[in-house]
Design a binder for this molecule. Sequence first.
Ligand SMILES: C[S@@+](CC[C@H](N)C(=O)[O-])C[C@H]1O[C@@H](n2cnc3c(N)ncnc32)[C@H](O)[C@@H]1O
Ligand code: SF4
Length: 451
Amino acid sequence: MTPDLQLARLGLFDAKVPRYTSYPTAPRFNREVGGGHFARWIGEIAPGAAISLYVHVPFCRRLCWFCACRTQGTQSDAPVRAYLETLKAEIAMLKAHLPEGVHLSRLHWGGGTPTLLAPDMMTELAEAIRALAPFTEATEFSVEIDPGEIDGARLDALAAAGMNRASIGVQDFDPQIQATIGRLQSYEITRDAVAEIRARGVKSLNADILYGLPHQSKERITESVQKLLSLTPDRVALYGYAHVPWMAKRQQMIPTDALPSPQERLALFETARRLFLWDNYDEIGIDHFALRQDGLSIAARKGLLRRNFQGYTDDTAEVLVGIGASSISRFPQGYAQNAPATGAHTAAIRAGRFSTARGHEFSHDDLLRGRMIEQLMCDFRIDIAEITARFGVERDVVVALLQRSFDAFPGMLELTDEGLAIPPEARPLTRMVARSLDAYEMDAEGHSSAI
Ligand SMILES: C[S@@+](CC[C@H](N)C(=O)[O-])C[C@H]1O[C@@H](n2cnc3c(N)ncnc32)[C@H](O)[C@@H]1O
Ligand code: SF4
């Protein structure tokens, strides 16, 4: 059997498998977690601890057809300014609950397009955040930058606010593909944005590109990756295009018959992957690449890579607080997600309440399985010794779980005294192996196996 056929037989190509940026995954959150939990969990952060913050800006000037992010198009600044006032009020409420001396490990502005904020709005937002939790020498502040929606004044404001990392959306450089996915962005615009970002001392630049786009071929992705490599990004996220027109209505503009087949998608990923490896990028987890001196690469080598809502991270903070509509917070106690709609989020904050609409309180089993899944997604292996020591469980319990995953993928995985490993040729299966450890997915399929 060819490797492709074997992967197909194991369900790789038709699997709607989570990306496991959390465990349980966000669709499994429940309504039992509300603002009371959120306020309590904020209050239980250790005084003087380092926390991370994610700020969500759910607006864009352009609405790209391919994009599955929940975001609103707006040409005027009025809704953006109103939203900024909500963010500031939310930050002030947080400050009233946050223990003394808390400082920032990571700050990330994402969206949507946070770079549509006017320079004075960026400054106001950054000042409010610094009043909540100050930066230290080690704080990393990253911003998602749309190269088509940025200029010198906004980059100056971001640099003055302390931005030292940036992430740009590229997707693909091919003009026909760009026209088909409704996102026109010339190579020159991207190149100039990169130069302007770097001129402000940003020490790490990430670029997002996609495989599996309509009309994409091996030749075309090769050309796009080579163009990207000419800009020497420090990190690259190579995501598989998710075509979900029933959720993201704009995707109905994209002709399905121009999409590559599942086998072609795998070949596109492999083509891009090899180009990054040839150019001396390290492979990070399932879909990232980083230069050897980049923090993500260093963390991966030391076995310190973590998985969170932004994908891969070297952040060691225990708490990530999400600010803004739909943002998700992670605490040692569980997850809490803000109301997804901007209107509902704003109404709650105006009424003096946190907008937490859903979440999940961790059980011991969640934490154990969550860590095993994180190990797989980051290191392609589960270390029995770490799991038993950290969670105080018997070795037999962990081995039984691993044995079940091993048996579900005959001939593909390695099970030894140390643990379960996914060899390089089986790595396209990583999310599926992770799913075999997911008690909630298994519940949904009718054969639960919680310990
Ligand atoms: C919030 S957007 C990027 C920030 C900024 N608004 C921009 O356009 O440059 C985050 C990333 O999500 C990814 N993304 C959006 N829709 C996607 C889809 N349907 N499938 C896979 N990745 C997608 C894209 O790579 C995109 O760069
Ligand atoms: S890709 Fe960026 S600019 Fe385009 S719709 Fe999505 S978030 Fe907005």
